[in-house]
Design a protein around this ligand. Sequence first.
Ligand code: HEC
Length: 154
Amino acid sequence: MMDLRLLRPFVVAATLAGCELAPDVGTAQIERCVNVDSDPGTSVSFSRDLYPKVIMPKCVPCHDPNSGAGGSSAGNIGFQVGGLDLTTRDAALAGGVNSAGALVTPGQPCDSLLYQKTGRSPPVGVRMPFDGPPFLTDEERGLVADWIAEGALP
Ligand code: HEC
């Protein structure tokens, strides 16, 4: 008869391996969001950082009340349909059809529609940019989040 003690290492190994197995529940459906400034040492300004790096190239093509047919290939459907002008900080803060006056909650990117709309599951409408993918990179979304976390500085 086989000495059962010989099996012990295998039983222990199998048990340990079992502990490391996480149930397969697929990819996360809800993105985690935390209302913290990822880089407190660097301040993010709308005009110096956010606008030229993200808003102007990625959003203004559709969110500019002054660009109409012929102005850009996409026209300004973000302004016409979403009611949102992103060409200046004041206009952005005024919001659009769903966010009226509350596009940004200073200090709280997770609760701000501006940030939520760039993520995988926005609370209203579709993910921005409307003609994506490509959508914003993690770095670009981080800049939006930090701008809001720091109080939406000019
Ligand atoms: C190709 C055109 C297009 C581009 C580019 C685009 N948008 Fe939009 N945007 C739209 C349209 C159309 C709507 C209305 C439909 C909707 O809300 O999903 C909209 C709506 C929005 C709204 C909702 C406003 C409200 O109060 O209802 C936000 C916020 C927004 N866009 C942010 C952005 C940001 C930030 C970017 C750049 C990262 C961007 N958009 C780029 C077309 C665009």
